[in-house]
Design a protein around this ligand. Sequence first.
Ligand code: AMP
Ligand code: ZN
Length: 114
Amino acid sequence: MEDCLFCKISKGEIPSTKVYEDDDFYAFKDIAPVAPVHVLVIPKKHIANIASLTPDDADVAGKMLYTIQKVAQILGIDKDGYRVVFNTGEKAGQTVHHMHAHILGGKEMAWPGV
Ligand code: AMP
Ligand code: ZN
């Protein structure tokens, strides 16, 4: 999608620190980390957020969870544990309207954190 920051990042049109890439997904370091490990996983297909998924997106949505698992392994946080956050819509504070999973790790985290 034109004028979408994360579409541009996934195409390499805007620089990012890549952690993982395959045909359907791109993972990169968050520019303003809130944990020692903070990586974003995005589908290359432009989908605004979970709220706008359609049945046609079921395959990419399922593969995204599996990609998150793989990226956590690459980051070396899979054994200790990590948190996955999908901010969805205004009240959740979503600022980039291209679906993304925050993978957060490298520290003890409190719950609930809302
Ligand atoms: P959200 O608030 O859930 O929409 O998350 C958007 C995230 O994108 C924030 O954590 C930002 O720090 C991050 N972000 C924004 N611009 C960039 C960028 N150019 N490269 C990497 N991360 C970014
Ligand atoms: Zn996009």
